[in-house]
Design a protein around this ligand. Structure first.
Ligand code: GLA
Length: 388
């Protein structure tokens, strides 16, 4: 988990490490996915939000051709030259990847010193990687005086992860981390990239994120395997009708009509994606009414689909979800993010949050030996840049 560093300690540590004060701090948020899981790389719909867990990235230009970055999580300094950047399967790949994409895009990037602190837990499904990518690209814009428009920045960060780091993620995380807004969820069409900020009624309800204590062992392997299975589904459907280019184009009726002709595993993977797209649309409608009971019910259904059809949940996440649903005042509970460990997201009446923490704290620890961590969070603003 992230070490929760405080701003004054961070400034002091920067000074000790690099011998001069930091010039800026980029405060880049984590994200929760409220609903719409594994739909982004299928041209589908997602509804995530930014949260107030933030990476603090303290930076200063160093006038050389060298980048030096300290990570509080890894308690380690990474150093590299700007020329000939290569992947080394190290946490610094995320930084190198962004720098390398910026250079490829023709931007002049100089040497700089950076300190990564804050409190976005690594490997917990809150997207610490996209948060870091956004922090690094914003840092370079701030230090080296160039501007990327938001969509360029989003796509560049995704490219860094896809091509440099080698994880074939969709666009959701980078998009919401750049465009998220306080008290809003972001409804995104991952094909057209049209989006709408939809207000979340935060007076009486709040999202509680619960970390299972098990790092998201996603293994890019399982994630990529799911992508391949979806591609097999698309191949099948497009062989029946050429206009079907992705699972986004396939209706539930068409899926069920063809069920017997399909490999049962591929059918289930497709059923998750196709029904999840519908659930996102229904959830956004429910929110606008607002019908928060229905919204919570759709979150519950999403979890069942991730668990049974897409098989990306874990026994710890399932247990957290089951326990939460037994607590009065919990409207919906589901795993969030890629899965295979990480966190659940729970929609909870504000006056029941303590109850939830107490009950889950006890029961979950007793049956797993793990300590769950709770983050009570409203949607928060995107990247913040402060001069120090
Ligand atoms: C990870 C990826 C996203 C998305 C989710 C699953 O967070 O980075 O692009 O695919 O998994 O919804």
């Amino acid at each position: 988990m992230a070490k929760n560093t405080r701003p004054d300690q961070e400034k002091k540590k920067f000074n000790e490490l690099f011998g001069s004060p930091a010039e800026f701090v980029i405060r880049s948020p984590g994200r929760i996915n409220i609903i719409g899981e594994h739909t982004d790389y299928n041209d589908g719909f997602v509804f995530p939000a930014t949260i107030n867990c933030r990476i603090d990235f303290l930076i200063s230009g160093n006038g050389t051709k060298r980048v030096r970055i300290y990570s509080t999580n890894f308690e380690e300094m990474a150093e590299f030259e700007l020329d000939g950047l290569k992947r080394t399967h190290h946490w610094s790949d995320y930084i190198k990847g962004v720098v390398s994409e910026l250079i490829k895009a023709g931007h002049e990037v100089g040497g700089f010193d950076g300190f990564i602190g804050g409190n976005v837990p690594i490997g917990s499904g809150l997207s610490s990687s996209a948060s870091l990518e956004m922090a690094v690209s914003s840092a370079c814009m701030t230090l080296f005086d160039f501007v990327l428009d938001p969509l360029e920045q989003i796509k560049l960060c995704r490219r860094a992860e896809n091509s440099f780091v080698g994880v074939g993620c969709g666009i959701m995380d980078q998009f919401v981390i750049r465009m998220g807004k306080k008290n809003y969820g972001l409804f995104l069409d991952c094909r057209s990239l049209d989006y709408e900020l939809v207000p979340i009624p935060t007076d009486e309800l709040v999202f509680v994120i619960i970390y299972s204590g098990v790092k998201r062992g996603l293994g890019a392997t399982e994630y990529h395997q799911r992508q391949k299975q979806c591609e097999r589904g698309v191949l099948f459907f497009s062989s029946l009708n050429k206009s079907l280019r992705s699972l986004r184009d396939v209706t539930e009726d068409f899926l069920f009509v063809n069920r017997e002709k399909m490999d049962p595993l591929i059918f289930r993977r497709c059923r998750h994606v196709i029904t999840e797209n519908r659930r996102v649309l229904q959830a956004v409608e429910a929110l606008k009414k607002p019908d928060m009971q229905l919204f919570g019910e759709l979150m519950n259904q999403s979890h069942e689909s991730c668990k049974n059809d897409y098989e990306v949940s874990s026994k710890e996440l399932d247990l957290l979800v089951d326990l939460a649903r037994q607590v009065p005042g919990v409207l919906g509970a589901r795993m969030t993010g890629a899965g295979f460990g990480g966190c659940t997201i729970n929609l909870v009446s504000r006056n029941r949050v303590e109850d939830l923490q107490y009950k889950i704290g006890n029961l979950y620890s007793r049956s797993t030996g793990l300590t769950p961590l709770f983050y009570v969070t409203d949607p928060e603003d995107s990247v913040i840049i402060e001069k120090l």
